[in-house]
Design a protein around this ligand. Structure first.
Ligand code: AMP
Ligand code: MG
Length: 356
């Protein structure tokens, strides 16, 4: 299949751009697939109410079919067609965080095929804030199933060129809306339980949710790798976000982390491998490696979140074989950052101390 491209300038859309978006929306109505920008990462969209479209999404991504899709809407009233219950707490969360990077799990209505929900009786719903996403959803009939627009297991795309790397030739359209804002996927909260439970940390933090909903729990598997339980969001059990090379997280005092990493990169370079480091700006100067990615200050979690997936993709662009990353603070948005980084590293963490 030949993938068609639309490149949108920032700001107001011209009539021509709008016509192109209408065409892409029509393609989804007819069962086609369109990748598009959202405020979190690029999504790969198809008509959420058409089982054939969902099957195509799984095939294009190489995604296991038990890993359900998030349904994107473009106005709150549209939710009533796809859920069988919209509890008061969900209404409060919608008022506080929609449109925006929050996905709510709710009981599904009969309108949503099981192909979209990976066989579950619940549906994940999000109302994105990105104006291009909103317009495209409206033009495609109002319900777009859209996982991240990467091949299954790869880092989520923050730029259209990374969508093209994974999806060119596999889908109908790629809409290039420039770099995304947030850079990490939405927070997922299960509203079918009381208290609500976070299944995937994201830009909307546990504290943000608790401020609106009162008590909010966290799926134990997010906090601990050794809980022995299956994550409640089926997708969280899979290896994710992985760069092509091998990534290890190194924890400890900054000086011990730098000496450990420099020793490793030194040995690996001598053996002919290409090495990389992910560091915060505070310590970035202390590393020796072929590629050093400074993802932002430790004081600025938003910046780190924004740069993380892009850094992982850039390592691939540069052909890096072995990567080491500093560990980042775990609180607030740091919870989402460390969740993604640990998954990207397949939970390989080395703890070093000054005595080593
Ligand atoms: P992605 O599409 O890559 O952003 O991933 C979507 C995530 O939402 C995956 O981890 C899914 O397992 C999760 N998800 C989608 N629908 C549901 C649902 N009904 N119940 C629990 N988790 C869900
Ligand atoms: Mg994904």
């Amino acid at each position: 299949m030949e993938t068609k491209y639309i490149v949108l300038p920032g700001g107001t859309l011209s009539e021509e751009d709008d016509r192109a978006l209408r065409l892409a929306g029509e393609t989804m109505k007819q069962g086609g697939l369109v990748a598009f920008p959202t405020e979190t990462v690029y999504g790969l969209g198809g008509d959420a109410l058409n089982p054939e479209s969902s099957r195509k999404i799984y095939a294009a991504k190489g995604r296991p079919s038990d890993n359900p899709l998030i349904v994107h809407i473009c106005c709150l009233e549209d939710i009533y067609r796809i859920v069988s219950d919209f509890p008061e707490a969900a209404g409060k969360a919608a008022q506080a965080f929609w449109p925006g990077p929050l996905t709510m799990i709710l009981p599904k209505s009969d309108a949503v095929p099981k192909e979209t929900t990976g066989g579950l009786d619940t549906v994940a719903v999000r109302f994105p804030s990105h104006p291009v996403a909103q317009r495209l959803i409206a033009y495609s009939g109002g319900y777009v199933a859209a996982p991240s627009a990467n091949l299954s297991g790869r880092p989520s795309p923050t730029l259209a060129k990374y969508v093209a790397q994974d999806m060119d030739g596999r889908i109908d359209w790629i809409i290039d809306g420039g770099p995304v804002g947030i850079g990490l996927e939405s927070t997922i909260v299960d509203m079918t339980v009381d208290p609500p439970q976070i299944l995937r940390p994201g830009y909307v933090t546990a504290q943000d949710l608790a401020g609106v909903l009162g008590q909010v729990d966290m799926d134990i598997t997010i906090l601990r790798d050794d809980s022995g339980q299956a994550p409640k969001a089926p997708g969280m059990k899979y290896r994710h976000y992985a760069p092509k090379g091998e990534l290890v997280i190194v924890e400890g005092e900054p000086s011990a982390v730098a000496s450990y990493i420099n020793e490793q990169t030194g040995k690996l370079s001598a053996a002919g491998f290409c090495t990389g480091v992910i560091a915060a700006s505070e310590g970035a100067d202390s590393y020796r490696a072929d590629v050093i990615k400074c993802v932002g200050s430790r004081e600025d979690a938003e910046q780190i979140a924004h740069n993380l997936f892009t850094a992982l993709r850039e390592f691939d662009d540069d052909g890096v074989d072995y990567m080491f990353s500093e560990s980042f603070p775990h609180s607030g948005l740091g919870q989402a950052i460390m969740n993604r980084l640990l998954k990207a590293a397949g939970h390989k963490v080395v703890r070093v101390s000054d005595e080593q």
